[in-house]
Design a protein around this ligand. Structure first.
Ligand SMILES: NC(=O)c1ccc[n+]([C@@H]2O[C@H](COP(=O)([O-])OP(=O)(O)OC[C@H]3O[C@@H](n4cnc5c(N)ncnc54)[C@H](O)[C@@H]3O)[C@@H](O)[C@H]2O)c1
Ligand SMILES: [Zn+2]
Ligand SMILES: [Zn+2]
Length: 346
């Protein structure tokens, strides 16, 4: 079957033929239809320092997907061929303290599809049935393919109360933009976004932000604070840039006693002064990892079924799988927000 593979410790991917996966008794074999390309895939594509430490080629990459059940293992009762599905790409070990206390998202032995084990950028993928998610017919396939980043946004927004609060999204990339809409739908009093890319600032406004700020402009933080009640900052900052300046800024624009949720992943030390940034300000900080299994998935489904948000405008590009290079290029150039690869062509 065709698959996009990292074949060795250099940049790029290879579209190649790999053997069909075997279906273990608790597995579901999924015929992949649509996949989302994520920043993580771009890191693996470019083979940066993180990728070279974490990923062991040869590996089929990709973790955002939807498809159709082709076959199920003998122990699988809750899925049948023809079911439309997506799935949670973080595979917990199933027997550790975290997995057994409903915290599989922080299992220490977690394996991520397309990072630690074979991924979804292929004609077929197998997944243990406990991680597979049956899709409601109302949910469009392109949207179903991006439940993974949608779930990251949902998990981050829902990690603290946002109703009646002022909320700022630091970094209006794919996940930050989705978070703007979720925060608005979840009753935030105001949603603002900080983002250097002008196209994404405009999208943030389209997506529910009432104000946007450009962090490359001198004096933006003073303007930001001046626009908040008592000029003390916002109640909640959702850090979704993963950049060191973005993370430091998050603590400068949150009000004393406010809350910061950290989703973005910095590549190294961020040089944060803990005394000034957190301790004297009495800021509550939360690290956010993945999605809650499966509370976040139910929330994501509910928001769509209740028409609280439409993710279609964020899908800026679609390519057949064999044009994967174009897909990665539009993301590298910062033009794309969510880019879909279509695996339904021969
Ligand atoms: N913790 C997790 O489980 C988890 C899961 C998925 C993604 N992530 C991380 O979340 C972050 C967001 O993911 P994404 O897919 O939306 O990435 P993205 O690249 O689409 O978005 C990041 C955005 O931050 C903006 N940015 C850069 N510098 C900034 C600054 N100084 N201030 C404000 N904004 C700035 C960029 O222009 C970009 O639009 C990444 O760091 C990613 O690695 C974490
Ligand atoms: Zn992803
Ligand atoms: Zn575990």
């Amino acid at each position: 079957m065709p698959a996009l593979q990292k074949q060795g410790p250099t940049s790029g991917f290879t579209l190649t033929e790999v053997p069909l996966p075997t279906v273990a008794k608790s597995d579901v074999l999924i015929r992949i239809e649509k996949t989302g390309v994520c920043g993580t895939d771009v890191h693996i594509y470019q083979w940066d320092e993180w990728a070279s430490r974490r990923v062991h080629p040869p590996l089929v990459i990709g973790h955002e997907f939807m498809g159709i059940v082709e076959e199920v293992g003998e122990a699988v009762e809750n899925f049948k061929p023809g079911d439309r599905v997506s799935g949670e790409g973080h595979i917990g070990c199933g027997h550790c303290y975290f997995c057994r206390t409903g915290q599989g998202h922080i299992c220490r032995q977690v394996q991520i599809i397309g990072v630690d084990r074979s991924g979804c950028f292929a004609r077929f993928m197998t997944m243990q049935h406990g991680n597979v998610w049956k899709l409601k017919p109302e949910i469009p396939s392109d949207v179903a393919a991006i439940f993974d980043p949608y779930g990251n946004a949902m998990h981050t927004v829902m990690a603290q109360a946002v109703a009646g609060k002022s909320v700022t999204i630091m970094g209006a990339g794919a996940i930050g933009l989705i978070a703007c809409k979720i925060a608005e739908a979840a009753g935030a009093l105001s949603v603002s976004a900080v983002e250097p890319n002008p196209r994404k600032r405009q999208l943030a406004i389209d997506y529910g932000a009432s104000a946007v700020f450009d962090p490359t402009q001198a004096g933006w933080k003073d303007q930001f604070l001046a626009a908040t009640p008592e000029h003390v900052g916002v109640d909640v900052v959702l850090e979704m840039s993963g950049s060191a300046p973005g993370i430091r800024s998050a603590f400068e624009i949150v009000r004393p006693g406010g809350e910061v949720a950290l989703l973005g992943i910095p590549s190294g030390d961020v040089g944060l002064n803990l005394s000034e940034a957190i301790i004297f300000k009495a800021v509550t900080v939360r690290g956010i990892n993945g999605r809650l299994m499966f509370e976040t998935w139910y929330q994501c489904e509910r928001f769509l079924l209740d028409h609280k948000l439409d993710l279609m405008p964020l899908i800026t590009h679609r390519f057949p799988f064999h044009q994967y290079k174009e897909a990665f290029e539009v993301l590298e150039r910062g033009e794309g927000v969510k880019v879909i690869l279509d695996w339904t062509q021969a």
